[in-house]
Write a protein that binds this ligand. Structure first.
Ligand code: GDP
Length: 431
């Protein structure tokens, strides 16, 4: 049963999109299982850049079927735009290549309005959401007022659900946030036009199809969005996203049992970044941070926001390995660390005078920890043209070895650039 989950082992933006694109060449299905258009995956193929928010990163491989599963909040306008852009670029000629589960939660313009009005009202206390309406859409799902993708094709039910949902949303927008209310007719018109455009991609039983594929020995890759530390339950709450980003969510979000998954690959950068507010123990400031940001192109794919940058945090990485059950790692962006005389790696924290090796569960404690660093030798030279592990400078190989042995987990892939060819395979992943 060759099910493989790709999961972000840090705060997101680890390079999952590239890994999924590279693995997809060997996959029959790629399934996106949580999050929404707040995630942005950047793929670079033959120097052409494609940014995807909802469509799975396997879409550039014509023989791979891409599935948007029930756990995803589906921004209709965004997914329709992505499909149009892909078609204009000559991708997705066959609609069968993209399947959207009938069980997905639909995200509409009023979710975005509510998200933005809330963040604005929070002022300095804001979470730093992308303003894409993800939180309000998941809230609708939990409070049983969500519009599902299947509802778009039942006009009477759609109207009834929209009226029900807007009654409360408009009250909040107008009376609580002093914002403009939304007219049900306008939303309905927009939704019906998008429903027609998206109908060819409709999938009535995604869970059954994925299960059948796994049982039949087909290769299924589950693509995570965001990262472990942003998980709703196990991340740095409240500075988290509104879905579960852990590997377990792949099974829940797509409706298959965990016994059908064989491998869980954690994606980590060779350093750390974080977008938005919240604790980040190994954050660095000043010229060094700016250098990592520029060299790594650390600006959000969805919002363009500069990412906060810091050294690799092995305490947080070990936590990610534990809560996801990660079986191996992909170490990304090693090229970005070139040219530093010394590289720091956080191996423990100091909290209230004690050295600790486990991540504190309380976010308040996590803001108080001081990182304990091990200093390793850096290396010089451009790694982006290296194509084999043995051609890396010795210090870079030592760095990889040090990380793998500290976290007691094999590193199966090392990445030295955004392109497919800039991937050093240590072990084939779908074996
Ligand atoms: P994701 O959300 O985890 O898919 O990550 P993003 O796409 O937001 O960020 C990763 C960025 O790093 C993208 O622009 C990738 O093209 C780029 N990238 C991926 N791997 C590497 C690498 O090994 N080296 C460099 N320099 N860039 C990389």
């Amino acid at each position: 049963m060759p099910g493989l989950i790709v999961v972000g082992a840090q705060w997101g933006d680890e390079g999952k999109g590239k890994v999924v694109d590279v693995f997809s060449a060997h996959a029959d299905f790629v399934v996106r299982y949580q999050g929404g258009a707040n995630a942005g995956h950047t793929l670079v193929v033959n120097n052409v850049k494609t940014v995807l928010h909802l469509v799975p990163s396997g879409i550039l491989h014509p023989k791979t079927t891409c599935m948007i599963a029930a756990g995803v909040v589906l921004d209709l306008a965004e997914v329709a735009k992505e499909i149009r852009d892909l078609k204009a670029a000559g991708v997705l000629a066959n609609p069968e290549q993209l399947r959207i589960s009938d069980q997905c939660t639909v995200l509409l313009s009023y979710h975005r309005q509510l998200d933005q009005a809330r963040e604005a009202a929070l002022g300095n206390e804001k979470i730093g959401t992308t303003g894409k309406g993800i939180g309000p859409a998941y809230e609708d799902r939990a409070s049983r007022r969500a519009i599902l993708f299947s509802d778009l094709f039942d006009r009477a039910k759609l109207r009834e659900k929209l009226e029900h949902s807007l009654k409360e949303k408009n009250f909040l927008l107008e009376k609580f946030y002093n914002a403009k209310p939304v007219a049900v007719e306008d939303v309905e018109r927009e939704v019906l036009a998008l429903a027609e455009e998206l109908e060819p991609y409709r999938c009535k039983d995604a869970s059954f199809i994925i299960h059948k594929a796994l049982k039949g020995g087909r290769k299924v890759l589950f693509e995570g969005a965001q990262g472990t530390m942003l998980d709703l339950l196990h991340g740095t709450y409240p500075f988290v996203t509104s879905s579960s980003t852990l590997s377990g969510s792949a099974c829940v979000g797509s409706g298959v049992g965990p016994n059908l998954v064989q491998k869980i690959v954690g994606i980590t950068k060779a350093y750390t970044t974080r977008v938005g507010s919240g604790p980040f123990p190994t954050e660095i400031q000043g010229d060094l941070a700016e250098r990592l940001r520029q060299e790594g192109g650390e600006f959000g794919a969805t919002t363009g926001r500069p990412r906060r940058c810091g050294w690799l945090d092995l305490v947080a990485l070990k936590y990610a390995i534990r809560v996801n059950g990660i079986t191996s790692l992909a170490l990304m962006k090693l090229d970005v660390l070139s040219g530093h005389e010394r590289i720091e790696v956080c191996t423990a924290y100091r909290l209230d005078g004690q050295e600790i090796k486990e991540l504190p569960v309380s976010s308040t404690d996590l803001t108080r920890v001081e990182p304990v660093y091990r200093t390793l030798s850096g290396w010089s030279g451009d790694l982006r043209n290296v194509r084999a592990l043995q051609d890396l400078p010795q210090a870079a190989r030592d760095y990889i070895q040090f990380v793998a042995s500290e976290v007691a987990t094999p590193i199966d892939v090392v990445s030295v650039g955004p392109g497919r060819e800039q991937t050093l395979w240590i072990k084939p992943l779908f074996s």
